[in-house]
Design a protein around this ligand. Structure first.
Ligand code: LP5
Ligand code: MN
Length: 241
């Protein structure tokens, strides 16, 4: 019995090894799990459920098969694929969860999220995020022809890479006060997130209570997974793709 957590795979046509590694991971490992949680940025970017990309069909089919074998899959949006909608969720048979969700993992309450909202030292990003999460702006974007959406997404990715080169490592990490606030708001002591691509298990003391924040790794040369079993054993592992 194990519950699995992954994030930041950034699947795209340009990274066939990661896609193959993910499909193999589903068949080799996820199929034996109690549940799979994907905490955002499954895809490099998402411009609408109506994008007729074969990769999306392959991933939807693989996740749907996982569900049919008895393994539920839950998804929280990332900053790249926040436009994944009900249609893709239905095709994949995965459950879309709110951006901050408290789940029960073998009797332990855990807060799960993508992690970008914890990066409050990056006001430029937060402004940008507010803008692209505006429902009217999203509706307008989704009504544009696909080629235009593709172009805008490409431009945003290039712009993001450029601006990330100028930001300090501290600025692109989570802010400790934001972490404490999120834990307090949800009245939990365990948190799991991705986004920063800095896999680690951070043990902290908040007040007098021991607390833990697990950061999931991104999939680049290796895959990355967090395994939790009913004995509370936590294993943050990377594996070859
Ligand atoms: O993604 P990552 O890890 O590289 O960087 C993130 C932040 N960047 C983003 C942008 C995404 O990479 C691109 C998302 C594409 C989505 C496709 C759908 C688009 C729909 C839009 C309409 C509804 O999230 C980055 C953070 C970093 O994490 C670390 O936390 O720093 O933030 C930025 O780069 C934002 C910049 O700081 C501000 C950007 C200003 C953008 C100006 C737009 C100009 C182009 C307009 C084109 C029409
Ligand atoms: Mn991210």
């Amino acid at each position: 019995m194990t519950t699995l957590f992954i994030a930041d795979l950034h699947l795209s046509d340009h990274e066939p090894t990661i896609t193959a590694g993910f499909l193999a991971f589903l068949q080799r490992e996820a199929v034996h799990a109690d549940a799979l949680y994907i905490l955002g940025d499954l895809f490099e970017f998402w411009i609408g459920d109506d994008d007729p990309n074969e990769l999306h069909d392959n991933i939807a089919n693989a996740l749907s098969q996982l569900h049919d074998k008895g393994v539920p899959c839950y998804f929280i949006h990332g900053n790249r694929d926040f436009l994944i909608g009900k249609n893709f969720a239905k095709r994949s048979k995965m459950v879309l969860l709110p951006e901050e969700s408290v789940i029960d993992v073998y009797g332990q309450k855990m807060l799960i999220m993508h992690g970008d909202t914890l990066c409050i030292d990056d006001p430029g990003y937060l402004r940008f995020r507010r803008y692209i999460h505006n429902t009217i702006i999203q509706k307008i974007f989704l009504s544009l022809p696909l080629f235009l959406r593709q172009k805008i997404a490409g431009k945003l990715r290039r712009q993001s890479k450029r601006s990330n080169r100028t930001k300090s490592s501290l600025m692109m990490d989570v802010n400790p006060l934001a972490v404490i606030k999120a834990l307090k708001d949800h009245q939990v002591i365990h948190m799991i997130h991705g986004h920063t691509h800095r896999p680690a298990i951070h043990d902290m003391t908040i007040g007098r209570r021991l607390s833990q924040r697990v950061v999931l790794g991104a999939w680049h040369d290796n895959g990355s997974v967090l395994r939790i079993d009913p004995g509370d054993k936590i294993d943050l592992a990377s594996f070859p793709l």
